[in-house]
Design a protein around this ligand. Structure first.
Ligand code: ATR
Length: 272
């Protein structure tokens, strides 16, 4: 590092367990870029000052995580997708102008496309929170999407993207799952405790099942889906691809996703 080193960062709270510094620093090393990626713990009250700091210090690029994704969207220039979902997870500092993007939806899409074709597929998303919304927005461009949410109003609010929104009830789950090619858990269920929103007997081979939860990597949903012969896509693939998309926005380089996954897995193993 020297006086020319470009600084990149993730902001949010908590960030001390973030895998982004690990993944991006591995990429900077691989592509021999004079850059470093660090983590700044920033609470919601300080979001505006933090964005001012990015500008003042000339930080080259930033990832934004919980709980700042919506708040930060108020202070940067938004891409079409970031405006549509009202959330920013990537900031590009373009000669002092801060541009806000969201790569969560694209991350999910590219992770899925690694394993299946989405054109014309029937996709069932469980959850209409920040992640569910971003994924529904992106996938609705190519697939036929249904979103089920515990709080039905939040699912209905996504109908403006051309998706179908409904309540997460056992009846709806059974009905829409029968029609689905791809099932995505975009809720936090599975993160704390070995729980799944989908009864094992509803899963069948041929279905592609993705979970956005990556800790644990093998959630109950994915474990049972695998036992039933489904194709499974874990949450680390989504994390890796959203990071790769941020990296592309900052550097123009198509990142080595295998490397990103390998170093992230090592880091996850260490923190167990
Ligand atoms: P994120 O940004 O990670 O999506 P979020 O915005 O807090 O986080 O959203 C969490 C999602 O998980 C929501 O869809 C939430 O449903 P509600 O909108 O009804 O709250 C869903 N969720 C969390 N716990 C759940 C549970 N036990 N059963 C069903 N859905 C749950």
């Amino acid at each position: 590092m020297d006086a020319e080193t470009k600084v990149y960062a993730v902001i949010g709270k908590p960030v001390r367990h973030s895998l982004s510094p690990t993944m991006h620093n591995a990429l900077f090393k691989k592509y021999r870029l004079n850059a470093v990626y660090v983590a700044f713990e920033v609470s919601r009250e300080n979001a505006k000052e933090a964005v001012g700091g990015i500008k003042a210090l000339g930080i080259a690029g930033v990832n934004v995580t919980m709980p700042l994704k919506e708040e930060v969207a108020r202070y940067v220039e938004l891409s079409e997708a970031a405006r549509a979902i009202g959330s920013v997870n990537t900031i590009v500092n373009s000669n002092g102008k801060l541009l806000g993007y969201t790569t969560d939806g694209i991350g999910a899409r590219r992770a899925l496309e690694r394993f299946t074709t989405l054109e014309g597929a029937n996709v069932l998303i469980l959850g209409a929170g920040g992640a569910g919304k971003a994924i529904a927005y992106e996938l609705s461009k190519v697939a036929s999407v249904v979103v089920l949410n515990r709080t039905v109003e939040k699912a209905k609010a996504l109908e403006k993207f051309g998706v179908k929104g409904d309540a997460l009830t056992p009846e709806n789950l059974e009905y829409y799952l029968e029609l689905a090619d791809v099932l995505i858990n975009a809720t936090s269920v599975g993160m704390n405790g070995d729980r799944s929103l989908v009864p094992r007997e509803m899963l069948r081979s041929g279905l592609v099942v993705m979970d956005i939860v990556y800790k644990p990597l093998m959630t109950r949903l994915l474990r049972e889906a695998k036992e039933k012969g489904c194709t499974i896509v874990d949450g680390l693939w989504m994390l890796v691809y959203q990071g790769a998309e941020s990296f592309r926005l900052w550097t123009g380089i198509e990142a080595d996703v295998e490397l990103m996954r390998r170093v992230a897995l090592e880091r996850l193993g260490e923190s167990k």
